[in-house]
Design a protein around this ligand. Structure first.
Ligand SMILES: Nc1ncnc2c1ncn2[C@@H]1O[C@H](COP(=O)(O)OP(=O)(O)OP(=O)(O)O)[C@@H](O)[C@H]1O
Ligand SMILES: [Zn+2]
Length: 497
């Protein structure tokens, strides 16, 4: 079949974000233009909640969370994100039966579980979550609309199907091919083998809702079309999901929405994330293949930040391999970044002794890095490019800071010594505050207390004097104490000396 892929994509009117984005509708990078910068619309297909989420799901949602944050923070685009939750579906019904619980309680259990996992991975929640079971009346009227426009038909058995042939060569915007017949049971009541269900008549013992076509439940694709249209109407800036959703799911969503809204182009940009594979395997990580690692198990060993950096080190579109090795690499990069930040802080506070620092060179590098990061991200959210630019900056920073990298006294590791001094100053502060506390009611009682605690104050002063000999200067301020290294300070802060 011919298909409509990439034909006549309509460049949207609105705000140009300055980002070039790979659009599955055109199979090329298009300028990302959203309806309005203060409320760009983004629909994300949510999970089918019948089991714990695994790292494959994590990968897709984290990558899109990173893109959402980039658009918001770097390109000043405020995003309204809607996510549909599939809480009624064959898999849910099957699993609920196996576990001998109601499909509703199973779904709400795993929905909560999904939300907790996302929070643990620092994925921002969508602006709006909508469950299929909360939108049944709207789904029914959406289906009525599609029937009224002549693109769907109810059957005697109480099913409703989308009439694919009525769409002609407009079907296939994403994949470019109209689907061949899929292995259908012989008793199918479809007119054409590739027609897909909008409404499924209830089977015995299944949950159902009353509808003009009898008792039943919605098909899968219609839920996303309805939920998106419910919030955003007939226009959508961005639609996202894993690459496995492009066909048939997104293709069918497009067909439904464009006939319902009678429009040429409902969604302007379709973004698809690549799959997470288990290293060396062809298949994606998947529940049905039982080759998955749950998010909870993963987080027992590694942090959310490690996973997020792991995700950033590849383009969101590419397939990635999971392995402990690649996770450890991400972990080490994260540690190297933290160590640099720590050293840079110590340097600024005058607690790090190093050779002369060419601050002018670092400023120059910093501004270069900012430009490089933004340019990389504007190119289809090239996060590995942005990470490289930042690591490059850190490399140069380290070369300067690590020149001597020693605290004034001794050979101990600078970080440890720094922490020890910090602890000591903190302890001294507590003692001093106790000595100076004036909780007593009468003047005389306060005087008496100060007198009793006088030796503690003297000990604090003695410690301060003694530490000067070790090159550490403590300053007592009204409610706190600070410290710095003597001698090296002036030299440290002299730029370019
Ligand atoms: N291995 C994977 N890598 C990347 N994304 C994935 C992976 N598995 C699922 N996804 C994505 O996660 C999102 C939620 O998918 P959904 O709840 O439909 O999972 P699923 O297809 O039932 O999972 P499974 O394949 O494990 O049964 C979708 O966008 C899907 O594309
Ligand atoms: Zn969807």
């Amino acid at each position: 079949a011919s298909g409509a892929r990439g034909q006549g994509w309509l460049r949207p009117a609105g705000h140009d974000t300055g980002v070039m984005v790979y659009n599955s509708l055109t199979r090329r990078k298009d300028p990302l233009i959203v309806g309005r910068a203060d409320a760009a619309s983004w629909y994300s297909c949510g999970p089918t909640v019948y089991d714990h989420a695994h790292l494959g799901h994590a990968c897709s949602y984290v990558r899109f969370d990173i893109i959402r944050r980039i658009l918001t923070r770097i390109f000043g685009c405020n995003i309204i994100m809607v996510m549909g939750i599939t809480d009624v579906d064959d898999k849910i019904i099957k699993r609920a039966r196996e576990m001998n619980v109601s499909p509703t309680s199973l779904a709400s259990l795993y929905e909560e579980d999904f939300k907790q996992d996302m929070a643990a991975l620092k994925v921002l929640p969508p602006t709006v979550y909508l469950r299929v079971t909360e939108t049944i009346p709207q789904i029914i009227s959406f289906i009525e609309g599609v029937i009224a426009k002549g693109h769907a038909y109810p059957t005697a058995k109480g099913n409703v199907y989308f009439d694919l042939r009525s769409r002609g060569d407009k079907y296939g915007k994403l994949v470019g091919v109209a689907p061949g017949p899929v292995g259908e049971p012989v008793d199918s009541d479809k007119r054409h083998a590739s027609d897909f269900a909008l409404w499924k008549a209830a089977k015995p013992q299944e949950m159902f809702w009353a509808s003009p076509w009898g008792n039943g439940r919605p098909g899968w694709h219609i839920e996303c079309s309805t939920i998106s249209s419910l919030v955003f109407g007939s226009q959508l800036d961005i639609h996202s999901g894993g690459i496995d959703l492009a066909f048939p799911h997104h293709e069918n969503e497009i067909a439904q929405c464009e006939v319902f809204h009678q429009c040429e182009q409902w969604g302007n940009y379709f973004l698809h994330s690549g799959h997470l594979h288990v290293k060396g395997k062809e298949e994606k990580m998947s529940k049905s293949l039982k080759n998955y690692i749950t998010i909870k198990d993963f987080l027992k060993t590694f942090s959310a930040d490690v996973f997020r950096l792991f995700c950033m080190r590849s383009s969101y579109r590419s397939a990635i391999d999971y392995s402990d090795g690649t996770m450890l690499e991400a972990k080490h990069l994260l540690l190297a970044t933290a160590a640099f930040v720590e050293d840079a802080r110590a340097y600024m506070k005058g607690q790090l002794v190093c050779g002369p620092v060419r601050e002018d060179v670092l400023w120059e590098r910093l501004s270069h890095t900012k430009g490089a990061v933004k340019a990389a991200l504007a190119d289809d959210f090239n996060t590995p490019g942005a990470v490289d630019a930042v690591m490059d900056l850190i490399h140069h920073g380290n070369r300067q800071l690590k020149a001597v990298t020693k605290f004034v006294s001794g050979d101990s590791s600078s970080a440890t010594l720094h922490s020890v001094v910090e602890e000591l100053v903190r302890f001294r502060l507590k003692v001093r505050q106790f000595a100076l506390a004036t909780g007593e009611a009468t003047r005389e009682a306060r005087r008496q207390q100060l007198l009793e605690r006088q030796p503690l104050l003297e000990a604090c002063d003695a410690l301060r004097r003694d530490l000067v000999a070790h090159g550490i200067s403590i300053k007592d301020r009204s409610s706190t104490s600070t410290w710095e290294l003597l001698g090296q300070r002036a030299e440290n802060h002299k730029p370019g000396s």
